[in-house]
Design a protein. Structure first.
Length: 201
């Protein structure tokens, strides 16, 4: 995979950077979520003219009730306090450090991946996007699922390892070093200015 990215055909997707998940990652892992790294990626993307997208998981009451109790997702929903995943709950709000701005793509999902329960694919294709750059919480959840979904939809995929986190550091490391490279360029946010500028040198 070439490192050059055309900013006019690239979106930086910040996924599940919402208040409750940022706090949960810090609590379960013992380390703060890498919000500053995600914020740097967003600022760099805006400056280069790339699209910025925001994905969050939030469930209406009907969607929460429909999650099967036998499924991994259903058990995760059931373990949360009632109503805490509702779109209007403060914990479902985007972290203000990476909050959407006018012109950004904003989607709400009701499953783990960014694509399966949203119109994200159609919106990115309408914008001419061919490359998705991912930052998200958690690495083994939304990032893993979205890498697979995006690759299956023939998008070029880039993952910012320093803007992802997982409650289990060993799982995070294995995904970045072994699993993701088969379908994505794994890099860090400090390389984004060069990646987006390379197409114009």
């Amino acid at each position: 995979m070439t490192d050059q990215l055309d900013p006019t055909r690239t979106v930086v997707l910040v996924m599940d950077y919402q208040r409750s998940i940022v706090d949960a990652v810090a609590e379960r892992s013992g380390h703060p979520a890498p919000v500053d790294a995600a914020a740097r990626a967003v600022a760099t993307a805006r400056a280069a003219g790339a699209l910025v997208g925001h994905v969050r998981v939030a469930l209406t009451d009907d969607e929460a009730a429909a999650a099967p109790a036998h499924s991994v997702f259903g058990r995760a929903v059931a373990a949360r306090p009632a109503g805490s995943m509702h779109p209007d709950h403060p914990g479902a709000a985007f972290d203000p450090r990476v909050a959407p701005e006018p012109g950004d793509v904003v989607v709400r999902k009701s499953r783990v991946g960014a694509f399966s329960t949203t119109d994200l694919d159609a919106r990115l294709r309408a914008a001419g996007v061919t490359t998705v750059v991912l930052a998200g919480l958690s690495t083994s959840g939304v990032v893993l699922t979205t890498v697979r979904e995006a690759a299956d939809r023939d998008f070029r995929v880039v993952v910012f390892g320093d803007a992802c986190a997982d409650p289990r550091a060993d799982v995070h490391d294995v995904l970045l070093s072994t699993v993701f490279p088969s379908q994505a360029l794994v890099t860090t946010t400090d390389r984004l200015p060069g990646l987006l500028g390379a197409a114009h040198r």
